[in-house]
Design a protein around this ligand. Structure first.
Ligand SMILES: [Zn+2]
Length: 183
C-alpha cells in the first residue's frame, strides 16, 4: 500500500494560516507533522511519498504540481494535512474533508478522524464534503484533507505545537486502520 502525503501550503512561499501571538505558521507545523507521519507509516510497512507545494493547478511552475504528482505516484490514498483557522478564536476542533461522502475516501476520513479526536481529545467536527477543494477534486485516488485543529484557538494551537508526535501517530494509525478495513 502506498500513501501520498501532502502537508499543506509551502514554507517560505505560502505560510498558510498563521498565529502571530504564538509565532507559528501552518506550513511549518504540517511540514513537521508530515515528516513524523511518513516515519510511522514507513515503520508500519506503508510506502510513502511526500510533497509539500503550493502549486495546485500549475500556477507555480517552479514547484511540483500536487495533484499531477499524486496521480503519477500510484498511491492508494492521498492525505493532505492542514491546520484550520477562523476569525473567531473560539472555533476549535478536528474535521476531515472529502470530495463526497459514501465511498473509500469517507471510510479513510472516518478512520483518521476517529484516531485523532481520540488521541488529542479535540472537538469532533466530523467529516465534511468539500467538492470545491482542488486536492480533493483533481486527485484520482481516494483523497482526504485533515484539518487537525485550529491554529487560531489557544488550546488547539498548544496541541499543534506540543503534541505533534501524538498527532502524527494518530494519523498514521488512521491510515493503517483504513487499509486493514479495505483488505
Ligand atoms: Zn491549510
Amino acid at each position: 500500500m502506498k500513501v501520498f502525503l501532502n502537508p499543506g501550503h509551502h514554507p517560505g512561499v505560502d505560510p498558510g494560516a498563521v498565529n502571530n501571538e504564538y509565532g507559528v505558521q501552518e506550513a511549518s507545523i504540517v511540514r513537521d507533522i508530515g515528516v513524523l507521519v511518513a516515519r510511522y507509516l514507513t515503520y508500519a510497512g506503508v510506502e510513502v511519498e511526500t510533497l509539500q507545494s503550493d502549486n495546485l493547478v500549475g500556477e507555480s511552475p517552479m514547484y511540483p504540481e500536487v495533484c499531477a504528482s499524486a496521480n503519477e505516484s500510484g498511491a492508494d490514498l492521498f492525505v493532505s494535512i492542514h491546520c484550520n483557522s477562523a476569525g473567531s478564536a473560539m472555533a476549535n476542533g478536528t474535521e476531515t474533508l472529502v470530495f463526497g461522502l459514501g465511498g473509500k475516501a469517507e471510510r479513510a476520513a472516518r478512520a483518521i478522524q476517529n484516531q485523532l479526536v481520540t488521541s488529542i481529545d479535540t472537538t469532533d467536527r466530523g467529516i465534511k464534503e468539500r467538492p470545491d477543494l482542488i486536492v480533493l477534486r483533481h486527485t484520482e485516488m481516494p483523497a482526504v484533507l485533515v484539518e487537525i485543529a485550529f491554529i487560531s484557538n489557544d488550546s488547539d494551537v498548544e496541541l499543534l505545537i506540543h503534541e505533534q508526535d501524538t498527532i502524527a501517530r494518530a494519523i498514521a494509525r488512521g491510515v493503517t486502520d483504513y487499509f486493514c478495513g479495505e483488505e
